[in-house]
Design a protein around this ligand. Sequence first.
Ligand SMILES: Nc1ncnc2c1ncn2[C@@H]1O[C@H](COP(=O)(O)OP(=O)(O)OP(=O)(O)O)[C@@H](O)[C@H]1O
Ligand SMILES: [Mg+2]
Length: 255
Amino acid sequence: METNAVPAAAPVLVARGLFRFRSVDGQQVPIVRDVSFELRAGEFATIMGPSGSGKSTLLHLLAGLDRPSAGDVLLAGENLGAGDEEHRAALRRRHVGFVFQFFHLLPDLTVEENVTGPLRIVGQNPNRHRGRIQNLLELLGVAKVANRLPAALSGGEMQRVSIARALATQPPLVLADEPTGNLSSKAGEEVVALLRSVCARLGAAILLVTHNPRDAAAGDRVMFLHDGALRQAAELTGGPFGVADVFRRLEELGI
Ligand SMILES: Nc1ncnc2c1ncn2[C@@H]1O[C@H](COP(=O)(O)OP(=O)(O)OP(=O)(O)O)[C@@H](O)[C@H]1O
Ligand SMILES: [Mg+2]
């Protein structure tokens, strides 16, 4: 399986000087503050930050689900801010798969229909991708439940289905927002390990945000977000890490 082509040299994601202000009690408060970083094709990066540090707000900006107050997001070299809503939606559909904490599977559709939904949205006939989708369901260990409705799945299975859905259109980038937040620790570990191995196999880059040090430790690179700002000097590179490495860095940062 191949992902949508991205020139080898172009980062799959660039965030440049991102700010997002929100009105809180009549005051404009920065929720995301001057965030800049790049993600290379195939990289597995995590952002660790406490509850309320701005992780979801940042991911929504990166996916084009929300617009920054200042700064730019480039997906595979294309500027998300360059056009209207429709332009942003088109770039998102082409370049990004999103994995949510609460799965967001459609309850009346089977597992297979949920997974092929993004293909239909981009106007592709799922039957033409049958072998590839079957392979994806198998890689994620959910081929056996392909005809079930989401209500008949465990939490871990639901999240593995939503990873398959995120990968259905072969995006070069997967953004995951606390993907283990609603899972037992065993199911959560499985989900992160699968995300890592399946994306590596398909060549997709991952950016996973979490407040869970164990999940963060799975990254090749761990960034730290505090009060909406990245603590750039604290970034860990050369992972995956032991959870103790992440705790040590958190202690050094006092967060
Ligand atoms: N629509 C909104 N209006 C005003 N403030 C908001 C809004 N959405 C989020 N916030 C605030 O922005 C801050 C960051 O929120 P965000 O959801 O990005 O945090 P998070 O790091 O994802 O937290 P969690 O780990 O709990 O999911 C919080 O203080 C939150 O209260
Ligand atoms: Mg959040």
